[in-house]
Design a protein around this ligand. Structure first.
Ligand code: NAD
Ligand code: DAU
Length: 354
């Protein structure tokens, strides 16, 4: 391997958003070593990165962010100047059944990473950066009006969002107490290729493909603000290089949809691409027991990142959804791999027998 003067440590790079981020950094920054540290939980999959695995500036390390030895070794052996921290337990429903896993990875893991960064960097903090990737869910749940700004007080409502909020507080506390140079972004719901089919959009596409019931929680009235994953990865690159130290940026698609309307739209796009008669998948929609403590609405005011860094989403919802559905239909082998094994057990526990 050639020697690099600078390395960027990306955590959780084998997951959904992480794999798009790693790919982007490896391709756009050949002068930097991109290290992907990932534990390969059920959500991590090296198949997501097949196209870049042979690149000279890419290094994968299998390991746990909460393991001090693993993390310190990376900082000892490589000239890490920045961390882009995406590794997390990320699914709200799983946080309701197993909150401890979320505390371990999302809170303890984040603090372990920052401790290792501090130990390696010491007082030499110029040109260093710890970038915490967070979520809009830390702000809580909105009623029908208003949007989350960077000034909205934290009010997390699920074990997942409480663990992310806790991690964000630690990052700001490390900035304040030890001078750790950090930046935080809070993004809305992402969608696109390589998303694990426990999340609404890929789960719906997978169930349509297999003609299984599509579970919609409650009455499907909850609202999310959807952003195409490549647009998020582009924002991450921009913030990593140009974001102001100690600053928070909200990222969102300005694209609010009620779950039921989104699911109907997905049914129609998938039917069209599969050549099934119009309306045939809508009959699969099944209203099921609501998620405990289900947040009603998220919506992001992304004016700061637009104004200060010139970012804006490029992908329209129709274009992004069509691209996403087409990707899942073209990659049934990937889908079959990730739904074999643990997925079936999870599905049965969450939704009952099909
Ligand atoms: P994901 O579940 O698809 O991927 C998470 C990755 O982290 C996996 O590859 C997994 O193997 C890895 N991982 C988990 N625990 C680990 C550990 N202890 N050590 C090392 N690696 C570990 O998640 P995602 O949807 O890509 O989300 C990535 C990040 O973005 C998370 O921090 C999440 O909170 C945040 N986020 C997600 C969304 C979204 O809509 N998906 C929106 C805003 C923010
Ligand atoms: O807002 C950002 C967050 O978006 C991220 O921080 C999380 O990591 C990510 O998982 C996502 O959280 P949500 O809970 O909003 O995403 P999910 O895809 O699980 O659910 C989207 C909406 O669809 C939500 O209102 C719950 C509903 N839903 C979900 C599933 C899995 C259903 O109605 N049926 C389902 O089977």
């Amino acid at each position: 391997m050639p020697s690099f003067r600078e390395a960027i440590l990306i955590t959780g790079g084998a997951g959904f958003i992480g794999s798009h981020t790693v790919r982007r950094f490896v391709n756009n920054h050949p002068d930097k070593l991109i290290i992907n540290l990932d534990k390969l939980t059920y959500a991590g999959n090296l198949e997501n990165l097949r196209d870049i695995e042979g690149k000279e500036n890419y290094l994968f390390i299998k390991g746990d962010i909460a393991d001090t030895e693993v993390v310190e070794k990376i900082f000892r052996e490589h000239p890490v100047t920045g961390v882009i921290h995406l590794a997390a337990e990320s699914h709200v429903d799983r946080s309701i059944t197993d909150p401890m896993a979320f505390i371990r990875t999302n809170v303890i893991g984040t603090v372990t990473l920052m401790n290792a960064a501090r130990k390696a960097w010491g007082d030499n903090l110029s040109g260093k950066r710890f970038y915490q990737i967070s979520t809009d869910e830390v702000y809580g749940s909105l009623g029908p009006e208003g949007r989350f700004t960077e000034e909205t007080p934290y009010d997390p409502q699920s074990p997942y969002s409480a663990s992310k909020a806790s991690a964000d507080h630690f990052v700001r506390a490390y900035g304040n107490t030890y001078g750790l140079p950090f930046v935080i972004t809070n993004c809305s719901n992402n969608y696109g290729p390589y998303q694990f089919p426990e999340k609404l959009i890929p789960l719906t596409i997978n169930n349509i493909l297999h003609e299984r019931p599509i579970p919609v929680y409650g009455q499907g009235e909850n609202i999310r603000d959807w952003l195409y994953v490549e647009d998020h990865a582009q924002a991450i690159e921009l913030v990593y290089f140009n974001g102001r130290e100690g600053r928070t940026y909200n990222i969102g698609g300005d694209n609010e949809w009620k779950n039921i309307d989104l699911v109907k739209k997905l049914c129609d796009i998938t039917d069209r691409l599969l050549g099934r008669p119009e309306g045939s998948s809508r009959r699969l929609i099944t209203f099921v027991k609501d998620r405990a403590g289900h947040d009603l609405r998220y919506a992001i005011d992304a004016s700061r990142i637009r104004r200060e860094l010139g970012w804006q989403p490029r992908t329209s919802f129709d274009e992004g959804l069509t691209r996403t559905v087409r990707w899942y239909l073209d990659n049934t082998e990937w889908l079959e791999h990730v739904i074999s094994g643990e997925y079936e057990k999870y599905y049965e526990k969450q939704y009952g027998r099909r």
